[in-house]
Design a protein around this ligand. Structure first.
Ligand code: UD1
Length: 341
């Protein structure tokens, strides 16, 4: 069985990807420092897929530990690198923490790829690299803009680190996947998104409000130039997103890519407003959501959605799950976490 290292594999997108990799016949080894996830996630992965992935707990910023890991696992065929700090607000307050965590961990992995002959890496990037684009939808060729936050800048710089390293070392091939807004949970409700503290992201805030943990959802702004004045995003189901990683890994391992470094947008291609999300959640779950319109959130962009043609045609991947089904999965997960069933 081909071994895949999944960094950040107990996290939200990582855990869903570990399941899909195992379902596709790959052997998964997870590395995570558990800074924003817990070991119980391994139970969920095991219950869904019937296999408990190997797990190593350490921090990827520690170069000696990364090196010892690759010495211990000499047969890894590809890396999917999710592990990163991802709280936008925190990154503004602690830029050095974000630059150290996110940049150094990728550098350590790439150095070990060269040393140990690991050819393939898939990197978790984000549509945040586009900022507020001048034209919609965004293609992979849409120019990147100055990042709005240190977090966003780490995604941009890491893309460049990857591109430059591959250009200098043809032995390495890589794919950067630019996620739009990942939402939802596994349909089993055994794994999902588990934010620490007050969620910054929309869907966890919606499900926690519906569960009674939060009094009301604040809709940040209704004076944007959009269908109903609220901001528009492209919300992609997390299981659909996870499946794209399996395809990306297979593309690298089986040499289906023509270029050493490739970039793909992963979204649905549909823009959905915050108020449309609220209504879709209520339709999907029959739960009424308290919300009120408040001022815009600093740093938010008005609207973005993906042109997914490249991923559709080159990867043969497309988003499949409908928005209501996705929101219902998020709600089922929230209810399970809160012991509401
Ligand atoms: C945010 C990050 C982005 C990161 C992504 C990861 C910011 C500015 N951007 O994107 O860099 O890659 O998460 O998932 O934080 N909203 C509300 N009320 C809420 C929460 C959100 O109205 O309580 C609105 C936001 O204003 C936005 C939309 O919902 O219009 C989506 O917000 P969110 O889930 O935080 O994602 P992004 O801001 O798109």
């Amino acid at each position: 069985m081909k071994q895949i290292l999944v960094t950040g594999g107990t996290g939200y997108i990582g855990s869903h990807t570990a399941v899909e990799l195992q379902n596709a016949g790959f052997e998964v080894i997870i590395v995570d420092n558990l800074s924003n996830s817990s070991l119980e996630v391994l139970d969920g992965i095991e219950k869904i897929s019937g296999i408990r992935p190997a797990f190593e707990q350490f921090d990827l910023v520690e170069a000696d530990k990364v090196d010892a890991f690759f010495a211990k696992y000499p047969n890894i065929e590809a890396i999917i690198h999710f592990a990163a700090s991802k709280a936008v607000g925190e990154s503004v307050e602690k830029p050095l923490l974000y630059y150290r965590n996110n940049l150094v961990s990728l550098i350590n992995l790439l150095e070990c790829q060269l040393k140990y002959g690991v050819s393939n890496i898939v990197f978790s990037s984000s549509c945040t690299v586009y900022g507020q684009p001048d034209e919609l939808p965004v293609t992979e060729n849409t120019p990147r803009k100055d990042a709005e936050s240190p977090y966003g800048n780490t995604k941009k710089v890491n893309e460049d680190i990857l591109k430059d390293t591959i250009a200098a070392n043809p032995a390495i091939k890589g794919i950067a996947l630019r996620y739009f807004n990942p939402v939802g949970a596994h349909p089993s409700a055994l794994i999902g998104e588990l934010p620490l503290g007050v969620p910054a992201n929309l869907v966890p805030f919606i499900t926690q409000t519906a569960a009674g943990l939060r009094g009301e959802l604040k809709v940040f702004g209704n004076d944007y130039d959009t269908i109903d004045g609220s901001a528009v995003r492209d919300y992609i189901n997390v299981v659909d997103l996870a499946k794209a990683h399996v395809i990306a890994v297979e593309r690298l391992i089986y040499n289906k890519n023509e270029n050493g470094y490739e970039i793909f947008n992963l979204g649905t291609g549909q823009g959905v407003s915050v108020l449309e999300m609220v209504h879709a959640f209520q339709m999907a779950t029959a739960v009424k959501l308290n919300y009120k319109i408040v001022d815009r959130r600093a740093g938010d962009i008005e609207k973005i959605w993906a042109d997914t043609t490249l991923a559709n045609e080159e990867l043969g991947w497309k988003a499949e799950t409908g928005l209501e089904e996705t929101l219902l999965s998020a709600w089922n997960w929230e209810k399970r976490v809160r012991g509401m069933e």
